[in-house]
Design a binder for this molecule. Structure first.
Ligand SMILES: [Zn+2]
Length: 214
């Protein structure tokens, strides 16, 4: 597989933003986002909305068709290595080849050992250039709309962290959330702390963790 130097952070970030829309709704699949770029312009966007629905890549191809845009020779940016075996839906590598997409840049390899690296081989054999960003062309120190040290690649990795944990260890990804007082106590003598109302950001995190908010 070829490591491309042309990986563009702006489009990678857009794919991450799209993927985040599916967070908490795609189980057991991970959230994935995709952007199709042709002539420097976005011609299609998609994300995986729910298990059994279109994968991000196919959603983006359909979006381009709806916009009346051609994807021939275009570049597909996707947050996760495309699937290369049919499952509940057809393999994305087949859809990518059939659509005539010229180049695929994916942020993270599929952590599932059965599939990891397979899409690159399948696509390359079909004449589609594949790029995975190398350490040298990650976004650290370049353009980072979050204003922090996080890069689009790190963000893409974070998005699939629960999925990666599960497929590699069989264990769930656990997040602990405690409503605590300033003195470090999480409960009163009578039981749980009263008057706690989760803020919106916390509720959204609860949803992405499949957690119930009381
Ligand atoms: Zn797929």
């Amino acid at each position: 597989m070829k490591i491309s130097e042309k990986f563009d952070p702006c489009f990678a970030w857009r794919a991450v933003e799209l993927a985040a829309r599916g967070e908490g709704h795609t189980r057991p699949n991970p959230p994935v986002g995709a952007v199709i770029v042709r002539g420097g312009k976005i011609v299609g966007e998609g994300w995986h909305r729910r298990c059994g629905g279109d994968h991000a890549e196919v959603a983006a191809i359909k979006d381009a068709a709806r916009r009346g845009e051609s994807v021939r020779g275009a570049t597909l940016y996707v947050t996760l290595e495309p699937c290369s075996r049919p499952g509940r839906v057809g393999a994305c590598t087949d859809a990518i080849v059939a659509a005539g997409i010229g180049r695929v840049a994916f942020a993270v390899r599929d952590p599932n050992p059965v599939n990891s690296g397979r899409a690159g081989r399948v696509l390359s054999r079909a004449g589609v250039e594949c790029a995975v960003p190398s350490r040298a062309n990650t976004l650290e120190g370049k353009w980072d709309p979050s204003g922090g040290m996080a890069s689009a690649l790190a963000a893409a990795r974070r998005l699939i962290a629960p999925f990666a944990k599960y497929v590699t260890t069989g264990m769930p990804y656990v997040t602990v959330k405690l409503a605590m007082s300033l003195d470090g106590k999480s409960a009163t003598g009578a039981g749980t702390r009263s008057g706690y109302r989760p803020r919106r950001r916390e509720r959204s995190r609860d949803a992405s963790a499949s957690a119930w908010t009381r």
